[in-house]
Design a protein around this ligand. Structure first.
Ligand SMILES: Cc1ncc(COP(=O)(O)O)c(C=O)c1O
Length: 403
């Protein structure tokens, strides 16, 4: 069965259900290659697990620390797929990866503390830090395009006596980079030297292209990882964003207790719904074939998009991601801000994409945009041909050359 055929994108449903800059929020005729959310329905095994659960008609309270099966599935999943050995009892299901990040910040940061946040990077690192009353310090994470590496050489300059935590987005959104073991070791050594915690977000760790390999920071050994507070979520790999399900985990028992306190699950004010946990369990246990097909599909999409931009829209420069279904594109040769370029495309060619700049990825992402690849081949091709048309119109208007 081909789960990722063009005909499997149900635009009627998406128009009603896909928010956050996507189909339900854009005007008629606009193609949104925006928020990192797929245009395909979830795996049939997830749907079935939900239907079975619903069929019994009980929506009783779940255990405060989450369903036992969730923890079992998660511990197995990360062990088998990512070589992470995580204590089953130290995994807490919560309502999204975003929540997991806020819980970590609340548990370990306070006013006066600083957290190093890579720039560019997903805005949630910054926002989690701010929500705890602490101060995010941007580290300009310049990309060495040729070597596909992020420049970490100045990281230590950003550490002072107030620094308490470093945010690690592995794989990195929006660059789509995976970190090497050496880089993880380098970051860990700095954290050991300065006694810093690590907010380790692995939400993208399932979406790895065949030409890359994901290394979790846990590859450095559990002993060194007691300063690591980790985040996972089911919105990206499994198309479950609206179910708001993720988890927070750490192998350090004392730190896990602090996470539980901060999560408010013991008062029932926090926690994940039964349905969301059931969906997540099926996602971890029963989607292997579906996931393989998804990776094959987005690999085709990635390769097409990168080659297309290189050949047809040379004014722009797309970074070829090693992970994530996101394409980070340099638009500096247009001489426009990300916001202005995105507004231009929306108006002239009915294409919506995500602008770089402070709001979503940090100041260093100005002059860039991000395109979501998790759609059908047909929609992606149409979106890219609109991008080309938009750039050609822009060149004509402003006397630029598409080269
Ligand atoms: C790096 C990163 N972390 C966290 C999230 C948030 O995921 P969730 O929907 O589970 O809150 C995202 C979503 O784009 C993300 O890219």
């Amino acid at each position: 069965m081909n789960y990722f055929d063009d005909k499997n994108v149900n635009l009627e449903a998406l128009k009603k259900k896909a928010f956050n800059l996507r189909w339900a929020e854009v005007g008629d005729g606009i193609i949104p290659l925006t928020a990192a959310d797929m245009d395909f329905p979830c795996a049939p095994s997830i749907k079935k697990a939900l239907l079975d659960y619903v069929d019994e008609g009980y929506f009783s309270y779940t255990p405060k620390l989450g369903l036992k099966e969730f923890n079992q599935s998660f511990a197995n999943y990360v062990k088998n797929k990512k070589n992470e050995i995580i204590k089953e009892k130290n995994i807490l299901a919560v309502d999204s990866a975003a929540r997991a990040m806020f819980i970590i910040a609340k548990a370990f940061l306070k006013e006066g503390d600083e957290m190093i946040v890579f720039d560019p990077c997903d805005f949630l690192f910054r926002e989690a830090c701010i929500s705890a009353g602490a101060t995010p310090i941007s580290y300009p994470a310049v990309l060495d395009v040729k070597n596909k590496r992020m420049d970490l050489s100045r990281l230590e300059d950003y550490i002072n006596e107030n620094t308490k935590m470093i945010g690690l987005c592995n794989p990195h959104n929006p660059y789509g980079l995976v970190y090497s073991e050496e880089e993880l070791d380098y970051i860990m050594r700095l954290c050991e030297k300065h006694d810093l915690l690590i907010m380790n977000d692995e939400i993208w760790s399932d979406i790895i292209y065949p030409d890359a390999e994901f290394k979790s920071i846990y590859c450095l050994g559990n002993k060194r990882c007691n300063r690591v507070l980790s985040v996972f979520g089911f919105s990206k790999s499994f198309g479950l964003a609206g179910l708001r399900i993720g988890c927070v985990y750490t192998n350090d028992d004392e730190k896990f207790t602090r996470l539980i306190d901060a999560s408010e699950v013991m008062s029932t004010a926090g926690g994940a719904t039964s349905l969301s946990q059931v969906a997540a369990i099926a996602a971890m246990d029963k989607t292997e074939e579906w996931m393989k097909a998804f990776i094959a599909h987005i690999t085709k999409n990635r390769d097409f998009a990168v080659a297309y931009i290189q050949k047809e829209i040379p004014l722009l420069m797309a970074y070829k991601p090693q992970a994530t279904f996101l394409l980070y594109v340099d638009i500096t040769k247009t001489n426009m801000s990300g916001e202005a370029f995105v507004a231009y495309l929306r108006e002239k060619v009915k294409l919506s994409i995500v602008p770089g700049g402070h709001q979503y990825f940090g100041d260093e992402s100005e002059g860039h945009v991000r395109i979501c690849l998790a759609t059908s081949e047909g929609i992606l091709k149409e979106g890219l041909s609109r991008l080309k048309k938009g750039v050609e119109m822009l060149c004509e208007e402003r006397g630029l050359k598409n080269e």
